[in-house]
Design a protein. Structure first.
Length: 428
């Protein structure tokens, strides 16, 4: 079983970010963590009452900016989880470079943290500014030094397909990244999420334009990182207008993939690359495992039909504000086509103050087996997880195999190119 905990506090809101977070709400951090404790206990009790509670194999604390909250606020969360964690449970947390301190990281490690994800996004000042990131080269240097000294399993996030990108700049950024020897790199193509400020204002000027795939030839030769590349503490002077003749590709994704592969990082999902350890939390999501979601806007999914997630231990709260139906009185007759429902997906309230008042109130969506299978096609073709062959149209699957777009192993079919994952899923 997986657990996701959402920490929705930020010191600034990046224009591209579509995840729920709020700024200037630091005064609510303590109250928010108390609500998290109520929410977490309730969901664990709920699963216990159902006889579905299993050891938690992975905990991911995301945001927002989890390292905006003092480490002391996490103590009770870890105490609640202590008896529920599997041996060798992966416990990850996201962090922003400008707020990372050695004390905070050491405190979190003493509580059980064993994986750190750092939102670097870029090593270039102009690109960080364009992305509206609230950190600079000095912050990156300090944070990376702390991470490298303190924790082996750390990951860094990068963004590409920004208007400022070209092959030379990307090669420089990727070179700095691999020189740091992180266990993992996530490289995301910049997109205009409809829930983000960039998406809302349709900032297409920030995106890189479209161009032919044949410009990707000889990428292997470009993907070699030399030891004399600049240190990550330096801000590159490479011109963002360079390589203009090459700026006709649909995406720099293939360049990123081949560069990282040439330097020991294996792509196991369209945006994720591993040198030492893959992110078990992500892999479990893509496999379709059940997961609990704790916090404002946190999403969870449990197999079965549930009108409420309120456990017996939540009766002391005002039930009229908590979906009104408790675990003892679930009315399945109100749900049409019950037999077709596979899972219940639920989401916490998307407002910090509202969540603090009603941490058990969840918006619910009932997913059919067809819904789950459809999602598994997209998640499977985009990653090493693959897709059950039985879910595919046999004739169409054979075409993909004949065209060498996929390969079959056992009862599963796998994409040869994760970047084509969405197209493959729609085709079959």
């Amino acid at each position: 079983m997986l657990l996701y905990i959402h920490i929705p506090f930020c010191d600034s809101k990046c224009g591209y970010c579509g995840f729920f977070s709020q700024v200037n709400q630091n005064h609510l951090i303590e109250s928010y963590f108390k609500a998290l404790e109520i929410d977490l206990k309730n969901q664990l009790n709920f699963m216990q009452n159902l006889g579905k509670l299993k050891k938690i194999n992975s905990v991911f604390i995301g945001g927002g900016t989890p390292n905006m909250a003092d480490s002391k606020f996490y103590k009770n969360i870890f105490k609640i989880l202590e008896s529920h964690l599997a041996i060798n449970c992966e416990i990850s947390i996201e962090s922003n470079p400008n707020l990372l301190t050695k004390k905070w990281l050491n405190d979190m490690q003493n509580m059980g943290l064993n994986r750190l994800s750092m939102g670097i996004q870029s090593f270039f000042s102009d690109k960080l500014s364009a992305l509206e990131r609230n950190h600079n080269a000095k912050d990156i240097t300090n944070a990376l030094n702390i991470a490298r000294e303190s924790i082996e399993n750390f990951s860094i996030d990068l963004i590409y397909d920004c208007k400022l990108d070209n092959f030379s700049r990307l090669e420089n950024e990727l070179g700095k990244a691999v020189k740091l020897a992180p266990a993992h790199i996530s490289a995301y193509s910049l997109s205009l999420d409809s829930n983000s400020r960039f998406g809302d204002s349709n900032r297409v000027d920030l995106l890189f334009g479209n161009v032919p795939q044949n410009m990707l030839q000889n990428i292997e030769s470009k993907a070699k990182f030399t030891q004399d590349s600049k240190d990550f503490t330096e801000d590159s002077k490479i011109d963002s207008k360079a390589d203009s003749k090459e700026q006709n590709i649909e995406s720099f994704g293939y360049f990123v993939r081949d560069f990282l592969h040439a330097n020991g990082f294996i792509q196991y999902e369209v945006s994720n690359y591993s040198r030492l350890k893959k992110c078990e939390h992500n892999l479990s999501y893509w496999r379709g495992d059940e997961y609990l979601g704790v916090g404002a806007a946190a999403v969870g999914r449990i197999e079965g039909i549930f009108e409420s997630l309120d456990s017996k231990d939540s009766k002391n709260l005002d039930s009229k504000k908590l979906d009104s139906i408790t675990l003892d009185s679930i009315n399945l007759d109100s749900i049409k086509n019950k037999k077709q429902v596979h899972s219940t997906r639920y989401t916490g309230l998307k407002n910090i103050e509202s969540y603090i008042k009603n941490p058990l109130l969840k918006h619910k969506e009932f997913l059919s087996t067809k819904d789950i299978n459809f999602e598994s096609l997209f998640l499977g073709f985009r990653s090493e997880v693959g897709v059950n062959y039985a879910l595919c149209d046999t004739k169409k699957a054979q075409i993909l195999l004949q065209e060498k777009l996929c390969f079959k192993k056992g009862e599963k079919i796998y994409a040869n190119d994760y970047f084509l994952g969405d197209s493959l899923a729609l085709f079959v």
